[in-house]
Ligand binder design. Structure first.
Ligand SMILES: C[S@@+](CC[C@H](N)C(=O)[O-])C[C@H]1O[C@@H](n2cnc3c(N)ncnc32)[C@H](O)[C@@H]1O
Length: 304
């Protein structure tokens, strides 16, 4: 069956790679209609499969996104109006950045400025750290020293800060680096676009989102029959090291202690976690040019 909406699907590129360019799209990787990216630019973001996750989570009054990071899943659920309230939590302050982005805080010209390598290492502002880091890891500066000046021109041009097209064309990097593919500018645009995804409903959202910065165990007491709990934990054996080392066994035991269902994204979980849904996904790694395929799974541990 050819999906009628293939031309506008956000997953079209992914389908082309997994299913082949001339495929009739049988086995479509789920049509995701949004024009917007979900959540912040964030390493490990679920943006590309956020609609699929939301489809497979049960409806309820409140969604608890316990490892929310850049909040892609919460953002997708909000766009669909699936829950009445949202609790976004992470051990770091990324959900607070998402909250501020929702209400346009990063439209301030300060956030459009060019952030040099020195400025990047000198700031603690997480929004700037995400916009200006390589692979949005928040730690490594986005551009190599040789290209920094050229990228500065591209950043100015793409964000309309000033017209420097003549300088861009005169730069020796111009033939190899398309000025419009300016990652820092695109990261800023992504944050800037978050409120636009709600249009006039934005004010309606304000009172329905609560942000917390805790380790997941501390939220155990608020889990109840009116909450759906989603956990996008650091995946085992992948990059959990960059989140300061995550104790997976401790997390499994915590899930087992809960009286209510706990939904978890992972590649593999112990046998007492059921698979709710699975689908192919390309694992993109900004640090590697080759792409790796994996099977993305959503598990549930049923409450006792
Ligand atoms: C895979 S990322 C989540 C990405 C997110 N779903 C998104 O779409 O942007 C995993 C997150 O777990 C968070 N994390 C690690 N240990 C945690 C803990 N003990 N409690 C809460 N969050 C934790 C990390 O800070 C990281 O943001």
């Amino acid at each position: 069956m050819i999906k009628p909406d293939c031309k506008t699907c956000r997953n079209r590129k992914e389908c082309d790679i997994v299913l082949g360019k001339n495929s009739d799209r049988t086995g479509c990787l789920e049509w995701t209609p949004s024009r917007f990216s979900y959540g912040l630019p964030y390493k490990g973001s679920k943006n590309s499969i956020a609609d699929w996750i939301v489809d497979n989570l049960p409806p309820n009054l409140i969604l608890i996104d316990l490892f929310a990071g850049g909040c892609a899943v919460t953002h997708a659920a909000m766009c669909r109006g699936k829950y009445l309230g949202y609790l976004v939590n992470d051990i770091n302050e990324a959900p607070q950045v998402f909250y501020k982005a929702l209400f346009g805080e990063y439209d301030d010209p300060h956030y459009k400025q060019f952030v040099s390598r020195e400025m990047f290492f000198g700031t603690n502002d997480m929004a700037l750290k995400l916009i200006w880091s390589f692979g949005t890891d928040g730690k490594t500066y986005i551009y190599g020293k040789d290209i920094e000046h050229y990228k500065k021109l591209c950043h100015f041009q793409r964000l309309g800060i000033c017209d420097v097209m003549d300088f861009i064309k005169a730069d020796p990097h111009y033939p190899n680096h398309k000025w419009s593919n300016c990652q820092s500018a695109m990261n800023w645009e992504r944050i800037h676009n978050i409120p636009l995804s709600f249009g006039e409903d934005l004010e309606n959202i304000r009172g329905r989102i609560i942000v917390q910065q805790n380790s997941y165990e501390e939220l155990g007491p608020i889990i109840s029959p009116i909450t759906t709990v989603y956990c996008d934990i650091p995946y085992k054996g992948t990059n959990s090291g960059c989140y300061g080392g995550f104790d997976h066994e401790k997390f499994y035991d915590w899930c087992r202690e809960q009286k209510h269902d706990i939904y978890v994204s992972e590649y593999q979980m112990p046998d007492d976690f059921e698979i709710v849904a699975e689908r192919p996904k390309i694992v993109r790694s900004a640090a590697e040019s080759n792409k790796i395929y994996s099977t993305e799974k959503l598990f549930v541990h049923r409450g006792g």
